[in-house]
Write a protein that binds this ligand. Structure first.
Ligand code: PSV
Ligand code: MN
Ligand code: MN
Length: 426
C-alpha cells in the first residue's frame, strides 16, 4: 500500500481549497433544501467492486501493449486493488475470474485480501475459453452446446467456482457465456436456449441459500450472428425460469447503440429481477472504456432509476462492478477515476427533486421534467466526493496522490514487463 504520510501530505496541501469549495457548495445546496452533510454521508456508503483482471493492461484482438509493473498473479492484483481502495475509498471488494485467478490455497488468498482491507464480491466463471487439461472444447458452445458431455463439463466448472467462492466469502456467481453462432442456420435457437435453461438450473441447484446467480447478457461478440443470451429479454426469461435468487446483470456496454438502458434497468427492477451491474462506457460496441468517459449523462440516468428504486424498496441492493479494459492508461488510475465517476452519478441522482419530477410528469410538463433532471446533473458535486474520501482516510485527489507516491515506478522494479497478463479481447 501507499505510505499514509504520502496521502496525509497530499491531503494537507489540498485541504484549504476543499474547505472553501465545500462551504460554497453547502450554501448552494442549502438554498435548495439539501443538507450537504447528509449527502456526504450518503456518498460515503457507495461501493463498487473491482474486476481483478482490470488491473492488468487489456488489449484488442490486434495487439496488447503491456505497461510497466503489471501484476503477475492474483496476489499482486490484490496489492493494486488495495491501493485503489486506499485512495478512492469506494472499492472495498474484488471480483475474481476463474480460472484466471484460481488460487492454490483459497485460505491464504482470503487472508491476504483481509490484511489489505479487501473482501471478495461476485465470482465470475469462464466457459468462453478452453482451459488447460479440459476434456472437451468450447469452440461450439458451453452451457448450450449440443453435446451433453460438453454442457456437463461447463456446469461442473461453474459449480467449482461456487465452491471456491464459498471459501472466499463471496455471495454471488456471475455467468456470462459467449455461446452463439456465426452463420444463419448454424444453431437451433430454441434447442440452445432450452439447453441453457437446463444448465442454469443445474448450477442454481448447487448454489448456497444466501447466494445469487447473476445472468449477464451481451448482444454479440464472440458470436457475430446470434448469441444465446443476447438481450435483457433472454436474460429475464432465463432468470425467471431458473429460480428466485437468479437475477439479471446489466453490463452497460452490452447493448445495441442508442438502446435506452435506463429503461431496461427500470423494467428488470419492477419485476424483482435486477441483480447487478458492470459499469463501463462505450461508443461503438463492448468497448470497455472508463465509466462516464463517453456519456456521463447516461450513467446519471441509470442511477436516477437505481435511486428511485432504492427509495421505494430499501432491500434493493444490486451487485456493482467496474468492467473495463485499459489499453492506453495506467489501469490503477483508470479504475480510481471510474469509481469516482460512478459514485458521482449516484450522488447527483440523490439530488433529483423526485417530488417535483413526479409533479411535472403528472401535469405533462416535459420541459420542466427534464429540467429537473438536468438541475441535478449539472451541479458540480466534486467537493462532496472529495470530502467523503478525505474523511474516510482516502485521497482528496486520488490520481494526484497516486502519482506523487510513485507506486507504479516502485512495483515496476519488482515486476518484470510481460506480454502475458490481461484478459485479451473480451
Ligand atoms: C464479456 O464481454 C464481459 O463483459 C463479461 O463480464 C466477462 O466476464 C468480462 O467481460 C471479461 O472481461
Ligand atoms: Mn461484463
Ligand atoms: Mn463485456
Amino acid at each position: 500500500m501507499i505510505k499514509p504520510e504520502v496521502v496525509a501530505d497530499h491531503n494537507q496541501k489540498q485541504a484549504p481549497t476543499l474547505e472553501a469549495d465545500y462551504a460554497a457548495l453547502g450554501e448552494k445546496l442549502a438554498r435548495r433544501g439539501v443538507d450537504i452533510e447528509q449527502l456526504t454521508r450518503a456518498a460515503d456508503t457507495f461501493a463498487v467492486a473491482l474486476p481483478s483482471w482490470g488491473v492488468g493492461t487489456g488489449g484488442t484482438r490486434f495487439a496488447r501493449f503491456p505497461g510497466p509493473g503489471e501484476p503477475r498473479n492474483i496476489f499482486e492484483k490484490l496489492d493494486d486493488c488495495s491501493v485503489i481502495h486506499q485512495l478512492s475509498q469506494a472499492t472495498p471488494t474484488v471480483s475474481l475470474h476463474i480460472p484466471w485467478d484460481r488460487p492454490d490455497d483459497p485460505k491464504a488468498l482470503l487472508e491476504y485480501a483481509q490484511a489489505r482491507n479487501l473482501a471478495f464480491d461476485a465470482m465470475n466463471s469462464n466457459t468462453f475459453q478452453d482451459q488447460a487439461d479440459q476434456a472437451y472444447s468450447y469452440k461450439y458452445g458451453s452451457l448450450t452446446h449440443t453435446s451433453e458431455a460438453v454442457r456437463q463439463q461447463a456446469i461442473e466448472h461453474n459449480v467449482e467456482v461456487v465452491e471456491l467462492g464459498k471459501k472466499l466469502g463471496s455471495k454471488a456467481l456471475t455467468v456470462w457465456i459467449g455461446d452463439g453462432s456465426n452463420f444463419p442456420g448454424q444453431q437451433h435457437f430454441r434447442n440452445s436456449f432450452a439447453h441453457y435453461l437446463d444448465s442454469a438450473r443445474a448450477i442454481y441447484d448447487a448454489l448456497p441459500d444466501d447466494w445469487n446467480m447473476l445472468l449477464e447478457h451481451k448482444m454479440f461478440e464472440p458470436a457475430f450472428y446470434s448469441t444465446v443470451i443476447q438481450d435483457w429479454g433472454s436474460s429475464y426469461l432465463a432468470a425467471r425460469e431458473t429460480g428466485e435468487r437468479c437475477l439479471s446483470l446489466v453490463d452497460l456496454g452490452h447493448h445495441a447503440p442508442n438502446v435506452n438502458i435506463e429503461m431496461i434497468v427500470s423494467r428488470l427492477a419492477q419485476f424483482g429481477k435486477l441483480g447487478g451491474f458492470h459499469f463501463n462506457d462505450s461508443k461503438y460496441g463492448d468497448d470497455d472504456l472508463d465509466s462516464g468517459s463517453i456519456d456521463p449523462y447516461q450513467l446519471f440516468l441509470v442511477f436516477n432509476e437505481l435511486v428511485d428504486i432504492q427509495q421505494a424498496d430499501s432491500a434493493f441492493a444490486p451487485f456493482y462492478m467496474l468492467d473495463q479494459s485499459h489499453n492506453v492508461t495506467d489501469p490503477i488510475e483508470s479504475l480510481m477515476y471510474s469509481a469516482a465517476e460512478v459514485q458521482r452519478a449516484f450522488v447527483k441522482a440523490l439530488l433529483v427533486d423526485r417530488e417535483a419530477l413526479l409533479g411535472y410528469q403528472n401535469s405533462s410538463d416535459p420541459l420542466m421534467a427534464q429540467a429537473t433532471l438536468k438541475q441535478a446533473f449539472n451541479l458540480d458535486v466534486e467537493p462532496v466526493l472529495q470530502m467523503a474520501r478525505q474523511r474516510a482516510g482516502g485521497a482528496i485527489d486520488p490520481i494526484a496522490a497516486y502519482r506523487a507516491s510513485e507506486y507504479r515506478q516502485s512495483v515496476a522494479r519488482d515486476r518484470p514487463q510481460s506480454g502475458q497478463s490481461g484478459s485479451g479481447i473480451v
